[in-house]
Design a binder for this molecule. Structure first.
Ligand code: UD1
Length: 420
């Protein structure tokens, strides 16, 4: 299995381009189930999760051609409505097929995604909302079997807890439902906003985009006609590279990025001593004269993202003072802690709160990636560790970071992929 070999201690310098957002692209791919036409989706990130999702769509009957970052896709041919375990088990986001398949066909079977490294991650809120829209849901042999014989019906849906993919599923379902759906306590992440904007471009009436309440007028199962779509930049990839600049206290520039989506991350880095030059689609992080500790609590957008928690933890090991990091979204999202400790980090865990001592000398070691963002935290730590770090199980990284080692090499890091 491939691993990354990283020799620490190099300053970074230069510019890189940020790829399209994986978490925006996945719901947009699912949304093609609602389209009657062929379209191009551009700025797709070249990451494993996108290929997995395309395989799932192909399995259902979609036809596509992928050239570099441009996808030509036609999902009007879909005839099958079963999302099989084989594919769903590889990627939880496959659950995004549930809303659109049910809305279009009135019946579907989607394998339950099961547990994952960062916690339980149930889908009860997705199912409850679909039931409110008139679906009958059964769980049989590991599959969600959803039926809405005469189509889904508009209603008022209230999410007890904010859920990103749950919101996306219900937004897509509401777009083809009969009548209007009001969705209260809906997620406001930029990826959710892009999905809504695409649907609005298709002629679906949606009010409240970007707020916590949406009103969507459904088309009563009439399929939509979509223009070409360009995926928004990946704010988590961008945030990860900002942390790479920060942890090595270097000046680097990210291009093709949307700084508005990164406000909480940039503010946190400013609080820690870093300066920025920001233009419309680029961000330059500049070295800090003094790197200082911070406190972080993860929360929904526009608050500090849970997907940046692990990377900031690596950074906090290098700043002055002690930082406190509270993980509020996923109960088990501290799998990187023990690996960082193996490199010499001084981190104490108490339930969902990590106390991270700064100015720590990290030493290279063999470490194991446990989930997508945890893996990038290990790479960041390796950039400043003494000696060589080998990061194993990098298939986690390949799920969500396009050409991570290539981009870091371009910035001057001593990193290479080794096949063993
Ligand atoms: C999405 C992102 C993921 C990110 C997360 C939170 C995608 C493909 N993935 O995941 O990168 O870390 O948002 O920003 O976009 N919950 C329930 N019941 C449900 C659904 C969720 O209790 O039915 C809980 C979860 O356990 C968690 C919280 O709600 O505690 C938020 O999860 P959710 O927003 O649904 O995460 P995902 O959409 O899976």
């Amino acid at each position: 299995m491939d691993f990354l070999e990283i020799k620490g201690g190099k300053k970074l310098d230069g510019e890189i381009d940020i790829s399209g957002a994986k978490n925006a692209a996945l719901p947009l791919l699912a949304c093609t189930i609602l389209f009657e036409n062929e379209l191009n989706i551009t700025n797709l990130p070249k990451v494993a999760d996108i290929l997995t999702f395309l395989k799932l769509l192909e399995n259902l009957g979609s036809k596509y051609e992928l050239k570099d970052t441009t996808l030509k896709i036609n999902s009007s041919h879909i005839t099958k409505t079963v999302a099989k375990y084989d594919i769903v088990r590889k990627m939880r986001a496959s659950i995004l097929t549930l809303g659109p398949l049910l809305a279009r066909f009135g019946y579907c079977e989607v394998s339950l995604p099961g547990g994952c490294a960062i916690g339980q991650r149930p889908i009860d809120l997705h199912l409850k909302a679909l039931e409110m829209m008139g679906a009958t849901i059964e769980i049989k042999q590991g599959y969600v079997i959803a039926t809405a014989k005469d189509g889904l019906k508009g209603t008022t849906v209230i999410f007890d807890k904010i859920t990103v993919t749950g919101s996306e599923n219900i937004i897509m379902a509401a777009a083809l439902a009969k009548g209007s759906t009001k969705i209260i306590n809906v997620a406001k992440e930029p990826e959710v906003v892009q999905l809504c904007e695409v649907l609005r471009e298709c002629g679906v009436e949606i009010d409240g985009i970007g707020s916590n309440e949406l009103h969507i007028k459904g088309t009563n199962q009439k399929l939509l006609n979509s223009k070409d779509i360009k995926v928004i930049p990946d704010r988590i990839e961008a945030g990860t590279y900002l942390c790479a600049g920060a942890i090595t206290n270097s000046k680097i520039t990210l291009n093709r990025v949307n700084h508005v989506h990164l406000v909480s991350v940039i503010l946190k880095l400013q609080e820690m001593g870093f300066d920025f030059d920001i233009s419309e689609d680029s961000i330059t992080i500049k070295p800090a004269s003094k790197m200082v500790h911070t406190n972080i609590a993860t929360t929904e957008y526009p608050g500090f993202p849970t997907d940046m928690q692990a990377q900031f933890m690596a950074l906090c090991t290098q700043v002055q003072g002690t930082s406190v990091i509270e993980e509020r979204l996923f109960e088990n999202r501290f799998m990187h802690v023990s690996e960082l400790q193996r490199m010499g980090a001084d981190i104490k865990l108490n339930k969902n709160i990590a106390t991270v001592k700064g100015e720590c000398i990290l030493n290279g070691a063999d470490v194991m990636a446990t989930d997508l963002r945890a893996s990038s935290a290990l790479v960041l730590a390796a950039l400043v560790a003494n000696g060589t770090t080998n990061v194993h199980r990098i298939y986690h990284l390949d799920r969500g970071y396009e050409n991570l080692e290539g981009k870091l090499q371009k910035l001057g890091a001593d990193i290479k992929r080794v096949s063993s």
